[in-house]
Design a protein around this ligand. Structure first.
Ligand code: SAM
Length: 321
């Protein structure tokens, strides 16, 4: 099956931007356009103009794959975000606090799908510093954040690695989302192309993946240096263990993790209902794989994706005996 054919089977996911309106209002809006809310998942038995609520992510709606939204009034007004289901997992797992004094970082933010999701989960309270290194993509980020009405987001055109964790501005940062550049090998309509390059030049691809993994690890280590950070989500849209389990494995062994100390958040805190977990054979402790999330392109009705969550472990109290 070609990547295009697989892409054609993925539902059109639409995240309701709860900063601007509610899920109930969005459902009413679509119903008024003749869409019918289905009880369960969309399949061949549901009416052609059906839509459904996602089973794992609140405020996420599913439409048939070919549904077009680019000219939709709610979309152009910033009330709907076109975001793949798997790409909604990182902000949901990070679960940033919705409090006036909350300070959160999105380290690699453009175009801003996850930044606007974080902002919505925080009910537009507190502050999200959204870093983006690339100037052009930073422009896209600021447009998206403004259009989505996220007034608690401060976009910053800077390289996250140059940001000083000891800067008093970041003294209260508790949550960091890290969705850095990756090979993009999970994106379904790119899979055909990747297959070709794989056959053509395995060595060059290995080198590229190793370089990306070194950069991704550096980003996690930098995030671990923020003095009050208690939760860091690391995600990629890659299917390669080199950028996923191997990066997490190396991060768990690094000095910053020992100093934190940081470990993996347990499965109960990382979308426990999602069945596909990390690859046990790629981890030092196979049981750690349960704490990781994978999405398999073609099998999960999403793009290929990976999510992990590091938490600062409480100091272990000496036993009373
Ligand atoms: N989280 C985004 C979203 O959901 O819309 C997608 C992020 S994309 C996978 C990675 C982004 O990180 C790119 O825009 C890239 O330019 C940016 N980036 C890469 N390295 C960076 C760094 N060191 N500091 C800040 N941004 C960086």
């Amino acid at each position: 099956q070609t990547g295009d054919a697989r892409a054609a089977q993925i539902p059109r996911y639409v995240r309701v931007n709860t900063t601007m309106w509610s899920l109930a209002e969005a459902v009413k809006y679509f119903t008024a356009q003749g869409f019918v809310l289905a009880d369960g998942p969309l399949d061949s038995t549901t009416a052609p103009k059906s839509f459904a609520k996602d089973a794992h992510i609140p405020n996420l709606l599913l439409f048939p794959p070919q549904t077009a939204f680019h000219a939709d009034a709610a979309y152009t007004a910033g009330k709907l975000i076109l975001q793949d289901k798997a790409s909604c997992f990182p902000a949901a797992v990070l679960a940033p606090p919705a409090r006036k004094d909350a300070v959160v970082i999105d380290a690699t933010a453009a175009p801003g799908n996850k930044t606007t999701h974080l902002s919505a989960l925080m009910r537009n309270l507190g502050k999200v510093y959204a870093f983006e290194r690339d100037r052009k993509r930073f422009g896209t980020l600021t447009t998206m954040v403004a259009r989505a009405g996220c007034t608690n987001v401060a976009p910053v055109n800077a390289d996250f690695l140059t940001v000083d964790p000891r800067d008093p501005k970041f003294a209260r940062v508790t949550h960091i989302l890290l969705d850095p550049s990756c090979s993009g090998s999970g994106i379904v309509n790119r899979l055909d192309h990747l297959l070709e390059t794989e056959e053509e030049n395995q060595e060059a691809q290995d080198e590229r993946l190793n370089k990306l993994a070194a950069f991704q690890l550096m980003m996690i280590r930098h995030a671990m240096k923020f003095p009050k950070v208690s939760r860091i989500v690391y995600s990629t849209c890659s299917v390669h263990a080199t950028e996923n389990e191997h990066v997490v494995r190396a991060a768990l062994r690094c000095d910053e993790a020992a100093a934190g100390p940081f470990g993996l958040a347990p499965r109960e805190e990382v979308l426990p209902a999602w069945p596909r977990r990390g690859m046990a054979e790629e981890m030092d402790a196979p049981e750690d794989a349960a704490a990781l999330i994978r999405c398999s392109p073609g099998e999960d009705a999403t793009n290929g994706f990976f999510v992990s969550c590091f938490v600062r472990k409480e100091a272990i109290a000496p036993s009373a005996t």
